[in-house]
Design a protein around this ligand. Structure first.
Ligand SMILES: C[S@@+](CC[C@H](N)C(=O)[O-])C[C@H]1O[C@@H](n2cnc3c(N)ncnc32)[C@H](O)[C@@H]1O
Length: 322
């Protein structure tokens, strides 16, 4: 694949404007997967009616939400507004979640601003009586900031809530168990932890240190995106908290990581983004995977053809828009 990086689209409004001409969805429209599995809506996550037109109530077994959290300066008023805005998309999410379903939310904690919006978001979530908190997961990034005068900031927070009693499947990392000596008596026999385990590898627990942050050398890299989550992290969530054939919701599609992970793991995905450009990128990422088995574009980009960069990267616009 040829080397054609696309700059971050949030910092290049003119380029984003140019790309709009190549997007098959306009605000309010929905892409129906010709294979009959997934749907992508150019919709606002906070609007229940839009989401309701895409998916029936009770249909969602798992929601993975990754809202933008760095778009506002965190003055007190901005945090309040952010939390009020968040309440709306949580309500919309709940309106389509089944009786036994899981909700995961990626969120930031700005260490220079009272760790907001994480604490106020958590307080807001306590108001939803149907949701029970289950875990606060931290994923370790490789790149950080503030390395000289503070502890390097390398964490990403992931909140896990449940509604009812959804199933949970224990996950394992690829990190072999190396420590011995945690003895316990099982049926009168003294066993050591390596003997007792169901896997030779350790579990991720609620501190994930084994996931590579997305960067330009990875196949899964989608140039132009600024908030792409690692595929492995989303696959882990899906494998733990849903089963094959289940329907997964992601209301902030961006690069389409959840859509791709659902395709790979045999789940149905309902995903939305308010921005037609990111809807288009998510759809193209799925189509590109179906054609080539590639996870992203590494050094190239989803619009290389239209930008006159590389005919080999052309993604034919498929039917299915309503
Ligand atoms: C942090 S990114 C999500 C990253 C995604 N998990 C991935 O792996 O690529 C947030 C996305 O939310 C979208 N967004 C912002 N406000 C929205 C809204 N009200 N409704 C739907 N999408 C919205 C943005 O356009 C952006 O693409």
């Amino acid at each position: 694949m040829t080397n054609h990086p696309l700059p971050r689209l949030d910092e290049n409004p003119d380029l984003r404007q140019r790309l709009l001409a190549f997007c098959r969805l306009k605000p309010g429209q929905v892409w129906h997967d010709p294979n009959g599995k997934h749907r992508v809506g150019c919709l606002d996550a906070t609007e229940k009616t839009g989401l309701g037109s895409l998916v029936q109530p009770d249909r969602i077994q798992l929601a993975i939400q990754d809202p933008p959290y760095n778009l506002v300066a965190f003055s007190t008023r901005a945090v309040d507004e952010y939390v009020q805005w968040s309440r709306k998309w949580v309500e919309a999410t709940l309106s389509v979640m089944g009786d036994n379903a899981a909700l995961y939310v990626w969120l930031g904690a700005d260490q220079n601003e009272g760790f907001q919006p994480l604490p106020d978001f958590m307080m807001m979530m306590r108001g939803f009586s149907s949701l029970k908190s289950r875990s606060l997961i931290t994923m370790r990034n490789q790149r950080g900031y503030g390395t000289q005068k503070n502890w390097m900031a390398i964490r990403q927070e992931l909140l896990y809530y449940i509604k009812g009693e959804p199933a949970f499947t224990v996950q394992y990392t690829d990190i072999p168990k190396i420590l011995q000596g945690y003895y316990k008596s099982v049926g009168g026999v003294r066993t050591e932890n390596l003997e007792r385990g169901k896997s030779d590898c350790i579990r991720p627990g609620n501190v994930w240190v084994d996931i590579q942050q997305v960067f330009y050398r990875l196949d899964e890299n989608v140039n132009g995106c600024y908030g792409q989550k690692p595929l492995k992290a989303i696959q882990r969530i899906i494998s733990a908290s849903s089963a094959e054939g289940h329907t997964v919701l992601d209301s902030f599609a961006h690069s389409g990581t959840t859509l791709l992970a659902c395709e790979m793991l045999g789940r149905r995905c309902i995903t939305l983004d308010i921005d037609p450009v990111f809807c288009e990128i998510a759809i193209r990422r799925l189509e590109n995977y179906r054609r080539t088995r590639r996870l992203g574009w590494q050094n190239s980009n989803p619009f290389a053809f239209e930008l006159g960069q590389d005919a080999a990267d052309a993604a034919p616009l498929l039917e299915g828009v309503s």
